[in-house]
Design a protein around this ligand. Structure first.
Ligand code: ADP
Length: 665
């Protein structure tokens, strides 16, 4: 069908020429026949007409062949078959004319068949070629990583490459004839259509970036080239070729992100970088480098641009270090720069690249703004200096204070020794005063054994003077004298011990015994005063650590005070109770209770102050001395009023180390 069509068109184009060719061929045949008349005579008549018909039929086909045959037959009849002119012909001429005409028709038919076959073969070859070309184009498009399509002016798809099936899960047959609005989400379709219309309006190719959704629902970016074209009939189309740039875009985004992060990191760390390309003689700085050096972004850079910012005092040194680095020495320096009139500190480090012959290829380096660090270092240095100065001053002050303290300590030691001595003196005086109070009682106590000795001695004299001296009786008298003497010596010993002016010597003291001795000392005096003493002694009291004499002084003092407090009571009411107890494994307690008037609650704290007394002849030193003594023993002394009448004084003392845990009978 297609072959016939092309044949027809061919004929229509070349129709006139073919027929003209037939006429020309016949004319040439006539002329040649005329020229050959003399050589060949009348016969053969059609010798020059056969080639003309042949040419017309072969080149022009059936029609021109038949035309040439007819023209040649007429020409031969008219000029070359006798008699000349149209009309009668000889029988031989008629046969020749008939034969020629038959041959002419035959040749025209054969030529026409040949031409038709030739046209068919050519058309078929063309069709095969076209098919192969289409197949190659299809393979080309199907294997292309791009997608390609063609839409008509209305936006309907008329061609889609196979890639659509893979990328969008589309069945191409379903897509043909449809518009974007029927195939894509509204916003995507609108963008496609807008771009298509823009391309049709511009009448030239355009490159756009478009987004679609894949069959998996993921967004895909396409770099699309769209272009318009027209077919032979003048219909307009828009075609497109799209390249998937999703990964490229993602990589670009990642790169952009990474650049942004790098810029941010540089800003935070105040670190800029530079790159030097000696081949192209280009020096590049990062934005942060521009900021650090206070140079407007994009200013063309040279080494001199940098050197001009270096502090004048350090320029020569920095230049020298750079020149040295070009010889391969390390470049890692700290120096000052002046950026927009402001002095800054920077650290610079460069990594230069050399070829095998030592020629500089380029380099990379960093510049860090270390102004804050330098200021901090300077502040730290200043602070350290100030601190060292302060430490030196304080050390001197402390040394002086120490010296002063030493002196004060010496003075204090002296004072303490003096006060200790005075305390001893006082305690001694106090004991002597107590002695004064005891004098009459003591005199009485001594008088008794002395009188007994005298009486016994006189009795012995009398016995010796009598004739009836009995040895046993004499021995008894002498034994009594000895016993009385021992009694008197005991009294004197006790007095001597009590009035001795010894230093404080701590020994284990059995407080029960001490109380017993004190009671003995006071017995006579209290007999006179009508005061009775009762003791409740803890049978297993451990020994206290203390000075026996001083502790006895305390006992006597407190017992005398108790007796004084009961002076207003009638006979039989003046009773003192002395008790001992173990407070805890390391503390023993002695309590002296009277049933006197008690202590005014407001004065409870003051009675231990020196010179506090409520007695007309009192000195007010007794309790003060007692508290000093007990404190020196690491013990306690305090008073409290009884719930009934009278007061109780408590003494606590530490248990002697060797007696801790051991009871005393
Ligand atoms: P003095 O006996 O010389 O007054 P002290 O220091 O021994 O000095 O006593 C101070 C004061 O404490 C006494 O004047 C008395 O008022 C009060 N005092 C001491 N012991 C008792 C007591 N057992 N009962 C009531 N008052 C007491």
């Amino acid at each position: 069908m297609r072959t016939a069509k092309s044949l027809r068109s061919c004929l229509s184009v070349y129709g006139f020429a073919r027929y003209a060719l037939a006429v020309v061929a016949v004319v040439i045949g006539i002329l040649l026949r005329v020229l050959l008349v003399e050589q060949v005579g009348e016969l053969p008549t059609f010798i020059t007409f056969y080639p003309a018909v042949m040419i017309a039929a072969v080149i022009g086909g059936l029609g021109p062949g038949l035309l040439a045959t007819a023209l040649a037959a007429l020409a031969a009849d008219y000029w070359f078959i006798s008699p000349p002119g149209f009309g009668e012909v000889s029988a031989a001429g008629a046969v020749a004319l008939g034969l020629f005409s038959a041959m002419g028709v035959l040749m025209s038919l054969v030529a026409a068949l040949y031409a038709s076959a030739r046209f068919k073969v050519a058309a078929y070859a063309k069709e095969v070629q076209l098919h192969e070309s289409e197949e190659r184009f299809r393979l080309f498009m199907d294997n292309s990583p791009t997608i390609a399509w063609v839409k008509d002016e209305m936006g309907c798809y008329i061609y889609l490459s196979r890639a659509f099936e893979k990328r969008f899960g589309a069945r191409l047959a379903d897509w043909y004839g449809k518009t974007d609005a029927e195939l894509w989400l509204p916003e995507i379709a609108a963008e496609f259509r807008a771009n298509d219309l823009a391309v049709l309006a511009a009448g030239q190719p355009m490159q756009v970036t478009e987004e679609t959704l894949t069959s998996d629902g993921e967004r895909c970016s396409w770099l699309t080239t769209k272009f318009p074209f027209c077919d032979a009939a003048g219909h307009r189309f828009v075609a497109g070729i799209g390249l998937d740039i999703t990964e490229h875009k993602a990589a670009q985004e990642a790169l952009r992100q990474s650049r942004e992060d790098l810029d941010r990191a540089q800003e935070v760390g105040q670190i800029g970088w530079w790159r030097m390309d000696t081949q192209r003689n280009v020096l590049t700085w990062s934005n942060e480098s521009y900021r650090i050096f206070g140079i407007p972004l994009g200013t063309p850079l040279t080494y001199e641009t940098f050197l001009e910012t270096v502090h004048p005092e350090e320029r020569a040194c920095v230049d020298a270090r750079w020149i040295a680095s070009l010889r391969g020495e390390p470049y890692d320096i700290e120096h000052r720069i002046i950026a927009r009139g402001q002095v800054k500190w920077v650290r610079e480090k460069a990594y230069l690249e050399f070829d095998t012959e030592g020629k500089l290829l380029g380099g990379f380096g960093i510049t860090q703004d270390i102004t804050e660090r330098k200021h901090a270092e300077e502040a730290l240095r200043q602070a350290k200096m100030q601190l060292e100065q302060r430490v030196a001053e304080r050390t001197q002050e402390l040394q002086q204070a120490l010296e002063q303290l030493k002196n004060e300590f010496v003075v204090r030691e002296k004072i303490e020794r003096e006060s200790e001595r005075l305390r001893h003196e006082l305690a001694h005086v106090s004991r002597m005063a107590t002695m004064g109070e005891l004098t009459s009682a003591l005199a009485h106590e001594l008088k008794q054994p002395l009188a007994a000795i005298l009486y016994n001695a006189q009795a012995a004299q009398r016995l010796l003077a009598s004739d009836s001296m009995q040895v046993e009786e004499m021995q008894e008298i002498l034994q009594d004298i000895v016993d009385d003497d021992v009694r008197a010596r005991d009294v004197i010993d006790r007095l001597r011990t009590f009035t001795r002016k010894d230093e404080l010597t701590k020994v284990p003291v059995n407080l029960n015994d001490l109380i017993g001795e004190s009671v003995k000392l006071l017995y006579q005096e209290f007999l006179i005063r009508g005061v009775s003493i009762e003791t409740h002694l803890c049978p297993e009291l451990p020994a206290a650590s203390g000075d026996r004499v001083q502790l006895q002084q305390v006992m006597l003092n407190l017992t005398f005070n108790a007796a004084d407090a009961m002076a207003g009571r009638s006979d039989g009411e003046r009773k003192i109770l002395i008790s001992t107890a173990l407070d805890n494994p390391t503390t023993v307690r002695v309590s002296i209770t009277d049933n006197g008037d008690g202590i005014d609650p407001d004065l409870l704290a003051q009675i231990f102050e020196p010179f506090h007394t409520t007695k007309p002849q009192g000195m007010g030193m007794g309790l003060a001395i007692c508290r000093t003594i007990i404190s020196a023993h690491n013990g306690g002394l305090w008073a409290e009023n009884n719930s009934g009448c009278g007061a109780t004084f408590h003494i606590t003392l530490p248990v002697a180390e060797e007696s801790i845990g051991a009871g005393v009978n």
